[in-house]
Design a protein around this ligand. Structure first.
Ligand code: NI
Length: 181
């Protein structure tokens, strides 16, 4: 990992205290930048991650990455209704299986894209105490974490295919369900 100056570490820490959190929307250039690794694990980081989770739920999201609230740091949160996950400096080590699914993103309100992703991943990173964690994840949580790690690298769902308006997306789903019946 890159060695960064004490001055930069303090600047990054100060940035995590910025409130209120606000949603940055496509096509803002901040969503295209690569986020910085977190170096300091303390209560400032914990408060920020907890506020991210609260903010995500307020916006009815199931995942959120720090760049989406204008903070270029490698922090993601997710909650698909089981237990919330906060991961710092996450890295997807390996993955297998592929599946397409129509995804939305809080940063592109009203739009959806059909995205092909791995159905199973191994993801490493640190928890909020700075302890190394390794998670093997599948299904929806695997998809959400791949989506959020993309945000840390400036990648958005529109990079995977044509943007559909939410309305068009629902029409496609309706057609499919008609075929099933
Ligand atoms: Ni997103």
């Amino acid at each position: 990992m890159m060695n960064i100056s004490k001055k930069k570490k303090l600047r990054l820490l100060k940035e995590l205290k910025r409130r209120p959190l606000t949603l940055w929307l496509y096509p803002d250039s901040i969503l295209r930048e690569k986020a910085n690794p977190v170096q300091i694990f303390n209560t400032v980081l914990k408060d920020f991650a907890n506020d991210m989770l609260f903010f995500m739920k307020q916006h009815e999201g199931i995942g959120l990455a720090a760049p989406q609230v204008g903070i270029l740091q490698r922090i993601v949160v997710a909650d698909i209704g089981e237990s919330p996950i906060c991961l710092v400096n996450p890295e997807i080590v390996t993955g297998s299986g592929t599946e397409n699914m129509i995804e939305g993103c809080l940063s592109l309100p009203g739009y959806e894209v059909d995205v092909n992703r791995n159905t199973w991943i191994e993801i490493r990173g640190k928890n909020l105490d700075g302890k190394r964690v390794v998670n093997k994840v599948e299904g929806l949580m695997a998809r959400v974490l791949q989506h959020e790690v993309d945000h840390l690298n400036g990648i958005l769902i529109c990079d995977y295919g044509e943007l559909l308006s939410e309305h068009e997306g629902f029409q496609l789903l309706d057609k499919e369900s008609e075929r099933d019946v």
